[in-house]
Design a protein around this ligand. Structure first.
Ligand code: B12
Length: 266
C-alpha cells in the first residue's frame, strides 16, 4: 500500500504498513547482527521469506529498524564503532545473499537503474540494499556507492544512459548539492528520470521539490512499487512495433568483442 503526497514539482511516496508481520523477528535479528551471528541472521531472513516477505519488506521492517537501533546504542555508548561496523556489514551481506536467491538472472531489454550517493555523502548502506530490491524487482542495478564526485557521476550517467538515476541523501545540508547534481545530469541526459531518497527527505518531504527530482521515495517498499510500475511502463514503451531487437543494456562505447561476450545469456 502506498501513501502519496503531491507537491508542486515532484511526488513523494512512502509505503504504509502492510505485508507479512515480522515484528517477532526484530529482536532476534538485532541480536544476531550485534553478535556477528551470520547463520542465525540468514535463518531469520529465510523465516521471514517463508511468510511471504520479499527483500523490500525485509529491508523496511527488519534491517532498517535494526540498524537504527544499533545507531542509537552506539550514540549511547552501548556498542563500539567496531560492533556497529560488524552489524552493518553483516546486514548488507545477508540481505544481498537472500535477495540473490530470489532474483532472476539479468537479461537484455531490462530497465536499468543507477544508484549513487552524492559527493560528500558517506551513508551508502541504503543504496546497497536498494540495489538488491531493484534486481529482485526485474531491474538491472548498478550502485556507485558513497561520495561520488558530481562531475564523475554526470559523465557516467551520460555514458551509461540508465532508465533512472537514484540519488541518496542522508544529510539535509546536502540538498543543494542534490539540486546541482540533478540539474547537471538533466542537462547531460534530457528526459532522464531521477529519484531522490534517504533520511534528508523522509524527515521533511518538502525538500524533494527543491532538488528538481521527479519523485522522492522514503523506503524500500515504496521504491519497489515505483520500480514495478515504471518497469511495466518501460516494457510497453519499448515494445518494438517493427520487430526490431530490444536494445541491450551495454554501453555503446564497449568494444565489440566484449559486447558479444557480455550479451550471452547468463
Ligand atoms: C551507519 C551510520 C553512519 C556511517 C555510514 C556508513 C555507511 N557506509 O553508510 C558513518 C560512520 C560513515 C556515518 C557518518 C556520519 N553520520 Co551517520 N549514521 C549512521 C546510522 C547509525 C545508520 C545509517 C544507516 O545505514 N541506516 C540504514 C539504512 C538502510 O537506512 P537509510 O540510509 O535511511 O536508507 C533507507 C531509506 O532512507 C531509503 N533511502 C536511502 N537512500 C535512498 C535513495 C533513494 C533513491 C530511495 C528511493 C530511497 C532511499 O531506503 C533505505 C532503505 O529503506 C544513522 C543512524 C540511524 N538511526 O539511521 C546515522 C545518521 C544517519 N548519521 C548522522 C550524522 C549526523 C553523521 C555525521 C555527520 C556524523 C559526524 N559528526 O561525523 C557523519 C556524516 C558523514 C557524511 N558526510 O555522510 C545522522 C544524520 C542526521 C540528519 N539526517 O540530519 C544520523 C541519523 C545519526 C543521528 N541520529 O544523528 N554515519
Amino acid at each position: 500500500m502506498e501513501h502519496r503526497v503531491a507537491t508542486s514539482r515532484a511526488r513523494v511516496f512512502a509505503s504504509t504498513s502492510g505485508g507479512a508481520d515480522l515484528s517477532d523477528l526484530s529482536g532476534p535479528f538485532l541480536m544476531a547482527l550485534l553478535g556477528g551471528a551470520e547463520c542465525e541472521a540468514e535463518e531469520l531472513l529465510r523465516g521471514a521469506r517463508s511468510r511471504g516477505a520479499d527483500t523490500a519488506l525485509l529491508v523496511r521492517d527488519l534491517v532498517v529498524p535494526a540498524l537504527a537501533e544499533v545507531g542509537r546504542m552506539w550514540a549511547r555508548g552501548e556498542v563500539s564503532v567496531a560492533e556497529e561496523h560488524l552489524a552493518t556489514a553483516l546486514a548488507t551481506r545477508v540481505v544481498a545473499r537472500s535477495a540473490g536467491s530470489a532474483t532472476r538472472p539479468a537479461g537484455p531489454g531490462r530497465p536499468r537503474i543507477l544508484l549513487a550517493c552524492l559527493a560528500g555523502e558517506f551513508h551508502d548502506v541504503g543504496i546497497r540494499l536498494l540495489s538488491d530490491v531493484a534486481r529482485e524487482s526485474g531491474w538491472e542495478a548498478e550502485s556507485l556507492g558513497a561520495n561520488v564526485p558530481r562531475e564523475s557521476l554526470v559523465r557516467f550517467v551520460a555514458q551509461r544512459r540508465p532508465t533512472a538515476l537514484a540519488l541518496s541523501v542522508s544529510l539535509a545540508e546536502h540538498v543543494p548539492e542534490a539540486a546541482r547534481t540533478i540539474a547537471e545530469a538533466r542537462a547531460a541526459v534530457p528526459g532522464l528520470t531521477i529519484l531522490v531518497g534517504g533520511r534528508a527527505f523522509c524527515k521533511d518531504v518538502d525538500r524533494v521539490p527543491l532538488t528538481g527530482a521527479d519523485a522522492g521515495l522514503c523506503d524500500a517498499v515504496a521504491f519497489r512499487d515505483w520500480l514495478r510500475t515504471r518497469a511495466a511502463e518501460a516494457k510497453r514503451d519499448s515494445a518494438a512495433p517493427d520487430g526490431a531487437p530490444a536494445a541491450t543494456s551495454l554501453p555503446a562505447e564497449m568494444p565489440a568483442s566484449l559486447r558479444r561476450r557480455c550479451s550471452h545469456p547468463r
